[in-house]
Design a protein around this ligand. Structure first.
Ligand code: NAG
Ligand code: NAG
Ligand code: NAG
Ligand code: NAG
Ligand code: NAG
Ligand code: NAG
Length: 364
């Protein structure tokens, strides 16, 4: 009954949404070439992607709005993220931008939870839920016209136990990834057939060099230091639109990028843009209290390799098991991180309305 009432409420809301409100999450100063966060874009989905495998995505986490999720597990989904240490998550700063005011200010960290452990975001089996003790970013106000410094480091209120069956941190890429390397981006979202996928999806995208992205894409000067492009410049039809904003771009078993933004999706000359992990590597380690130059304290941060995990994971040293899904059918997709967001973002935005409607509905 409650589920039914909720569905009804959601349906009502979605159909009665004022257009202005619906567009709120995609408003920018650009026009046709607007920079868009990859969680608010319309199609926001993985097209021609494939279901992710658990073995390759144990580091994937979901950032959720606590209020919505407390109401119905799974509905609070907002962004992706990556577990990089047993108690630390890396995601995108723009995930926390207030979507209603939309001037770049951030919503308090207390309003979010971090959930991980199952490919199906509605399934609680094996999942762990955390609150955010610390949220470390490089900005007080996010610049929505540039998406510069789109990175956020989250200290969880607890750590994932070593040897957890479905959760394991991934190593950070310390060095830039070579052009042409095929990477995987993952996220929750709708499929191309319109069927809503609750399962984590994955898509392959090749790395594009910064120089080539600036020279040969239409993104040009929008590419700032600390941003990397991945996708198919020429054909475009396999953009990285797959993942949620904040979600992982994994190259050679290391976390190389954070889903950040894009312009439309899967169009030629408009590849997906990611925050470059190696660019922020020292900042990340320093803020986790690790020494970037020392013998890697954390998994994978050691001198050279990380990657193919030593050991069962979340322990002090070993980390990342490969993420290498073998070639999945690339796919283009909705605008970026978009995944879930098309829907979740809307729900999130309208929570007060949902609650009100729910009260009404349950009184029938
Ligand atoms: C999905 O892939 C198929 C075959 O590769 C292609 O024909 C189709 O256009 C793709 N779908 C989209 C939406 O790009
Ligand atoms: C929930 O996830 C577990 C572990 O992946 C799986 O065994 C179970 O069948 C799932 N339950 C549902 C209802 O999908
Ligand atoms: C961390 O937060 C989660 C979710 O609120 C809670 O269930 C858990 O008990 C907390 N852990 C600690 C150590 O406080
Ligand atoms: C990019 O453009 C610059 C300046 O026009 C040129 O020197 C450089 O060779 C180009 N690089 C690539 C990879 O096209
Ligand atoms: C790791 O570094 C050591 C010493 O710097 C080097 O001998 C070794 O070949 C490196 N291993 C890999 C896999 O790069
Ligand atoms: C990981 O570290 C623990 C102690 O922190 C050590 O006992 C173990 O041998 C290390 N494992 C590897 C693979 O280095």
């Amino acid at each position: 009954m409650i589920a039914l009432a909720q569905l009804l409420a959601v349906a009502l809301l979605l159909t009665s949404l004022p257009a202005g409100l619906r567009g709120a999450t995609t408003r920018t100063r650009y026009d046709t070439k607007a920079i868009r966060s990859r969680f608010s874009e319309d199609p926001g989905r993985i097209i021609n992607g494939t279901e992710a495998s658990l073995g390759a995505t144990r580091h994937q986490v979901g950032i959720r709005k606590a209020l919505n999720d407390g109401y119905f597990f799974g509905t609070g989904h907002l962004c992706g993220g990556s577990l990089i240490r047993p108690g630390w998550v890396l995601t995108a700063a723009h995930c926390f931008v207030d979507q209603i005011i939309y001037d770049g200010t951030f919503v308090p960290k207390e309003e979010f939870i971090v959930v991980m452990g199952n490919l199906d975001r509605y399934n609680r089996t094996n999942t762990l839920t955390f609150t955010i003790d610390e949220r470390i970013m490089q900005l007080d106000i996010f610049d929505l016209t540039t998406y510069d410094k789109d990175i956020a480091l989250l200290k969880l209120n607890d750590t994932v136990p070593t040897g957890h069956p479905t959760i394991r941190p991934i190593a950070l890429a310390r060095f830039a990834i070579a052009e042409g390397v095929v990477c995987q981006v993952t996220g929750w979202g709708n499929r191309e057939d319109g069927y809503v996928s609750d399962i984590l999806m994955t898509v392959d995208v090749p790395m594009i060099s910064e120089e080539q992205c600036i020279n040969d894409s239409d993104l040009g000067h929008l590419i700032k230091p600390g941003m990397i492009c991945a996708g198919y410049l020429e054909v475009g039809e396999k953009d990285a639109c797959a993942g949620d904003s904040g979600g992982p771009l994994v190259c050679q078993s290391e976390l190389a990028g954070v889903v950040s933004w894009g312009i439309k999706c899967a169009l030629p000359k408009l590849p997906g843009v990611y925050t470059e992990v190696s660019y922020y590597y020292d900042w990340i380690l320093k803020n986790m209290g690790e020494d970037a130059n020392g013998e890697g304290s954390g998994e994978g941060s050691g001198d050279n390799g990380s990657g193919e995990g030593s050991g069962e994971g979340s322990g002090d040293n070993g980390s990342g098991e490969g993420s290498g899904e073998d070639g999945s059918g690339g796919g283009d997709g909705g605008d970026g991180g978009g995944a879930m967001a098309a829907m979740a973002g809307t729900l999130t935005l309208l929570l007060p309305g949902i609650l009100a409607l729910r009260l009404m509905a349950t009184q029938f």
